[in-house]
Design a protein around this ligand. Sequence first.
Ligand SMILES: [Zn+2]
Length: 347
Amino acid sequence: MMRDSGKVVTVTGPIEPRKLGVTMMHEHLFIDSRGFFSEPRSKEDRKRAHQPVTMDKIGWIKAHEEHHLANLHLDDEETAIEEVLEFKKRGGGSIVDTTLRAIGRNPLGLKKVAQKSGLNIIAGTGYYTWEAHPKELARKTVEEIAQEMIDEIEQGIEGTGVRSGIIGEVGTSHPLEQNEKKVVKAAARAQQATGASITVHTGRDECSPWKVAGILEAEGATMDRVIMGHLDITTADMAKLEELARKGCCLEFDRFGSEGHFAWSDFDEPNDAGKVALVKKLIDRGHVDQVVISLDVCSKVQLKRYGGYGYSHIVENVAGWMRTKGVTQEQLDQMLIETPRRLLTLA
Ligand SMILES: [Zn+2]
């Protein structure tokens, strides 16, 4: 039997699944995306790009997410605690932090936030997209990468004793880069060894989730423990989404509160009303138990402190909007409690 089968592995240790409550499946309490910063072209923009996040710049930063350096860095424990307490105050129970090595993962910070806030926090393992791959990944075999994931789930992350409870967010691009492909294959093996679910950062092309699902399937992954993330910036094509659902995947709409402002791909990201409509459509077609929703908080302007919606946006606002569109409490509980519980419980 696998270690902690039937339990959820949080950063403070294994817990009973019923203790999870309302769960955000794709968030970042700590992250350093400054490697993705790109210097703006105009002189005026270059100047503000290097200034602190202040209220007068919030609008510009939201429209140019990758052009403001400090915005791309969440590293303050006190801020993280204050922000997640806003979620807890409104009925939140658990948060999955999908930050990985090389983009600011902070296992001990997560443990502290969990202890101080009383929330359950689940940490990820694996590698993000190729831009954030350490050089040595190119030399590692699929087996070695899988073993790293298994060790982080069973023993702990980098000697901290803080264990991962989910694989990912597994970074994929479109087309899939060769080392990303190794990581996807390794994720399937680590899943079989540990019973953990896999959460995928899909690439910015509507073919990406299907390509990744195909590889996972071929590698023997348990498909009903695969979460396809960022679908709200990938496609709104029902036939394509339902095909993924038929494979068994969980469909994750994890960008509530954000709009891509044309930066991502040819696909125009729907706003929150559009995301609600998309989720409602999937519910009406019978997929309520294969949909999860989250916020992917990964920048300062998404925090309440900086004028954003914070980690509580779904429980505070989106859930109410969904109810006005006819989503029942039972369906909300399915997406926010039951399905996350199933996915986070080790097989
Ligand atoms: Zn993310």
